[in-house]
Design a protein around this ligand. Structure first.
Ligand code: FES
Length: 124
């Protein structure tokens, strides 16, 4: 494994994304709701560049205090990545497909060291 400093955390918008080629492995780093997430850029469907797809807020039911629906709205804290090849969607926070939890992006190990984002990737 190799640890590579890829970016400053403070350089990300929220929501935001940056994609890096680290020793031949493409990695998407995302920021959402103040948290960071890292996924390999390989769609589990047919290896498409999933992390480079559009970012879409999730659509959810807006409930009042009694649980009755007030209609639907775009979520402020839930967002999906849409693979540009065939449209599979993945939750930025979990990497999972919304309806088939077995279909998911591969997580990449990373850590924050101060303002640095340090990614751990396999040596090639
Ligand atoms: S390769 Fe991503 S949806 Fe097909």
């Amino acid at each position: 494994m190799a640890d590579v400093t890829v970016a400053k955390a403070s350089s990300f918008e929220d929501p935001g994304r940056k994609v890096f080629d680290i020793n031949g492995t493409e990695v998407g780093i995302f920021k959402l709701g103040g948290q960071f997430y890292a996924w390999e850029n390989r769609c589990p469907h047919l290896d498409g560049p999933a992390v480079q797809g559009r970012l879409l807020p999730c659509y959810e039911e807006d409930l009042d205090e009694t649980g009755a629906s007030k209609g639907r709205r775009f979520a402020k804290d839930k967002m999906n990545i849409v693979c540009p090849w065939h449209g599979f969607e993945f939750d930025i926070r979990t990497g999972r497909h919304p309806t088939n939890q077995a279909v998911r992006l591969k997580a990449v190990k990373f850590r924050l060291e101060g303002d640095d984002i340090v990614v751990s990737v396999r040596d090639r």
